[in-house]
Design a protein around this ligand. Structure first.
Ligand SMILES: Cc1ncc(COP(=O)(O)O)c(C=O)c1O
Length: 465
């Protein structure tokens, strides 16, 4: 059984620090025990609001009232999957088809779907809390911030809470500019930090061009290239922002000395080093933070997705004491009504308890080794289509022969029981981000399915030649 996994009763304690209030004890009390459904179909579950017989009508409603473009895109691609029941590593289509979730919304479902301890934490919180008031002093925000500070590298000691990753990136960029009084922000070409204002300006032009003019001062460099960064750096640069392993760029794992070099260049120019751990954080790379695996401490670390436990939105911009004078002097210059909602603090604290439990990160590293071995076999078996297996822990990507391959793999996944999505800024790469709580035998099942999917893609490419 994976540490922190399903079927495991919740344990007492786990929040670092002295004492332990009644709140703490209650928060970590016993949770409901569920077992990962090994078999079964969505037909057993009754959570659909309108009835799964009406799948086509749901798609129509979605098209009419949510996104006609998305509905058209999926229709044209032949994808009619509608999230129905979900539990553990699995999601079910409304009509009962079961998939292993190897997308996990980029890490939202690091702990699988509806982890019983996370669900129980929210239930307990609902007995006495609500969102709280973001202007006032909050016990629960203070406790979560303290825990994040304990788990963060270097002297990252303070937190601004948000609701989503883009907002938390915006906060990081505000902080870098506010602290330095400079305009410049350098990011990776083809990187992705969200769709909000500053985050959008730091990302790929394909998402931002229609919204020009963008805030000035943003420049991009090729990721992983220290010489290019060196060229771009000057004393007008407020901050440099990179994902540890850029997901949307195609799970690009940088050279081992890259972030030490980034750190050095930021120090030399007095710029703030921002690391976006929205996807790579919270155990995904086999350490608490992806950047820990490079032995480097940034000035600001951004986390979101997985902090929610897949249950309650939460994002955090964790920053160094050295940057505090700006916010200390301007405490109301940035607010977020729902950021750090007190209900979500309980959920996030439970997520962090699970993450730091003995054996959790070891399990991630063991699973990563299972995938590494499997990828070697897949590379040998599919030389015509599979070009490279990229991996940092369970942050994984399969680089294939051409830009069609990612979409073809996603389609093949629906036939082979795997939910996987391609990297939007390099569609030759399939992102493979399984839940961290998966069992080794389930990882092997994923490898077997990938084998079948690659064979299908190979056949399709062959037929096109
Ligand atoms: C690396 C990274 N940063 C930021 C974001 C933005 O997060 P959100 O969608 O919660 O705003 C994402 C979302 O996918 C991401 O992958």
């Amino acid at each position: 059984m994976a540490p922190g996994g399903f079927g495991k009763g919740a344990e007492e304690g786990g929040v670092a620090g002295s004492g332990g209030t009644g709140w703490r004890r209650r928060r970590s009390g016993a949770g409901k025990t569920l077992s990962a459904a090994d078999e079964g179909t969505g037909g057993e579950f009754g959570m659909s609001l309108v009835g799964r017989d009406d799948k086509e009508r749901i798609i129509e409603r979605f098209s009419r009232h949510v996104s006609s473009g998305k509905a058209r895109f999926f229709r044209e691609a032949g994808i009619d999957f509608v999230f129905g029941h979900r539990e553990g590593i699995y999601v079910w289509d409304l009509d009962g088809r079961r998939l292993i979730n190897c997308h996990c919304n980029g890490g939202v479902f690091n702990l699988g779907h509806r982890h019983p301890r996370v669900v129980a934490a929210l239930r307990r919180a609902l007995e006495e809390l609500d969102i709280g008031n973001h202007h006032l002093i909050s016990e629960h925000r203070a406790l979560l911030a303290e825990r994040l500070a304990e788990l963060s590298p270097g002297d990252l000691n303070r937190v601004v809470f948000g609701v989503g990753g883009g907002e938390a990136v915006d906060t990081a960029i505000k902080l870098a500019r506010g602290h330095t009084g400079r305009p410049g922000i350098i990011s990776a070409r083809g990187g992705y930090h969200g769709h909000t204002g500053f985050a959008l300006a730091a990302g790929d032009p394909k998402y931002s061009d229609p919204f020009r003019p963008l805030p000035p001062g943003f420049r991009q460099v090729p990721f992983g290239d220290l010489e290019a960064l060196k060229e771009a750096m000057d004393d007008s640069v407020a901050g440099v922002i990179f994902e540890t392993v850029p997901a949307t760029l195609g799970i690009v794992v940088p050279p081992e000395d890259y972030f030490a070099g980034v750190r050095e260049l930021c120090d030399r120019h007095g710029a703030v080093m921002i690391i976006d751990e929205v996807q790579t954080g919270l155990g995904r790379c086999g350490a608490v933070w992806g950047i820990d695996t490079y032995g480097v401490a940034p000035d600001i670390l951004v986390t979101a997705k997985g902090l929610s436990g897949g249950i309650y939105p939460m994002a955090a911009t964790v920053y160094s004491d050295a940057l505090n004078p700006f916010l200390d002097a301007n405490p109301f210059i940035h607010v977020s009504t729902f950021g750090g909602a007190e209900l979500g603090c309980w959920v996030a604290l439970e997520v962090l308890d699970i993450l730091t439990e003995e054996g959790f990160l070891e399990h991630v590293r063991e699973l990563a080794a299972v995938f590494e071995k499997g990828f070697r076999e897949l590379l040998a078996a599919h030389p015509g289509v599979l070009v490279e297996a990229r991996q940092r822990g369970l942050m994984m990507g399969l680089k294939m022969a051409n830009d069609l391959c990612g979409p073809l793999m996603t389609l093949a996944g629906f036939r082979h029981g795997i939910l996987t999505i391609y990297a939007n800024n390099d569609t030759s790469v399939s992102q493979i981000l399984p839940p961290l709580v998966m069992e080794a035998r389930e990882a092997e099942a994923v490898i077997e399915a990938l084998d079948g999917m690659l064979a299908e893609v190979e056949r399709t490419l062959g037929a096109q030649e």
